[in-house]
Design a protein around this ligand. Structure first.
Ligand code: TUI
Length: 318
């Protein structure tokens, strides 16, 4: 039921991408999601180019299915990673935190499928004109770096203004979210937070527990004054960021407080003074499963809710 243009474009069974979560999405998670029939994505984030190359090669050993690399455009080595993915024969590139326009021609020449994350209609339209194959419309329910619009408002507006497929992201954690995204006109979904607790996700146990225990109102966006707001689960670090905002502190103070905060949570398990990035849907994520179980369960549920709605009694009928 959920086969879409995105499945044909990339050669995947289910129209689901695993978000390229910085410091989280490595070869273990990406290969597991690709083997489950979705699109696993390795996060380049601000890692050294050689590390990302290694992750690509490891993923190729773990799966013969398509996978992608997400390039975080704020990273100082983005130019180098953008070239390296061409040399390594990566099939799909997604981008975040900026406009990847200057790389698109080169990626297309190398046969790469290019799918930027967009937080607005304007950037989506620009990406289509520049040659992107699809866009990921990401609402601010997402974890990590976020734009202003919600998924509910952003996705249908982007769908109305572009002719390329749109993948919905932000706040999607189960089959109801998948079904809703398709109702908005999306041809696929990107899911981050639920994969944080996948068995193949290699983050620290403390981080997983923080996500599993989170309630609906436990995330907050910090760092707005820096121009790079991020959604995290509330903790001591988030409260200190909020204090900086209250005090109208200098930007260097944010820089100081944020330095190394993501690996501190992901790798060291410091969930008090580390940055525990997760989306608003964390309250719904309450069990650790394999990536395959997550993918299968989400699409079985999506199909069931749509069938229920279409069947007599599901909707009020005159
Ligand atoms: O990129 C993400 N999520 C991320 S990146 C990240 S690492 C980081 N850490 C601290 C500060 C900043 C980054 C953690 N999470 N998601 C995709 C995303 N892209 N969300 C929003 C955007 C975006 C924002 C503006 C994409 C394009 C854009 O364009 C501005 C322009 O130049 O037009």
């Amino acid at each position: 039921m959920f086969k879409s243009k995105i499945c044909d474009l990339i050669g995947i069974k289910y129209p689901i991408f695993q978000g390229g979560m910085a410091w989280v999405a490595d070869s273990s998670l990406a290969a597991a999601v690709s083997n489950a029939g979705g699109l696993g994505i390795i996060a380049a984030a601000n890692a050294p180019t050689e590390y990302v190359r290694e992750q690509i090669r490891k993923t190729k050993e773990l799966t013969d299915k398509p996978f992608g690399v997400d390039i975080m455009l704020l990273s100082s080595n983005a130019d180098e990673v953008a070239q390296m993915v061409c040399n390594e024969g990566v099939k799909v590139v997604t981008t975040g935190a900026g406009n990847p326009g200057k790389y698109i021609n080169k990626w297309k020449e190398h046969g790469i499928i290019v799918i930027p994350v967009v937080p607005s209609v304007a950037l989506a339209v620009r990406m289509e004109r520049t040659g992107a194959d699809a866009v990921i419309a990401e609402g601010c329910e997402s974890g990590g770096h976020v734009g202003e619009l919600t998924t509910m408002a952003l996705v249908p507006q982007v769908v109305s203004e572009v002719n390329i497929p749109v993948i919905a992201a932000g706040g999607i954690g189960d089959g109801r979210g998948v079904a809703a995204a398709f109702m908005l006109g999306a041809e696929g979904v990107q899911v981050g937070t639920r994969f944080l607790v996948a068995k193949e996700c290699t983050i620290h146990e403390n981080y997983k527990k923080k996500v599993l225990n989170a309630k609906d109102i436990d995330t907050v966006v910090t760092g707005r004054p820096t121009g790079h707001p991020v959604r995290v689960i509330k903790n001591k670090l988030a409260r200190q960021f909020q204090l900086l905002e209250k005090e109208c502190a200098a930007l260097e103070k944010y820089e100081e407080l944020g330095r190394g905060a993501l690996p501190r949570a992901v790798r060291d398990g410091d969930i008090d003074m580390g940055s525990v990035m997760a989306g608003q849907i964390a309250g719904l994520v309450n069990k650790e499963q394999t990536s395959a179980e997550i993918v299968e369960e989400m699409f079985a549920e999506a199909e069931a809710v749509i069938k229920r709605m279409l069947s007599r009694g599901g909707l009020c009928q005159e």
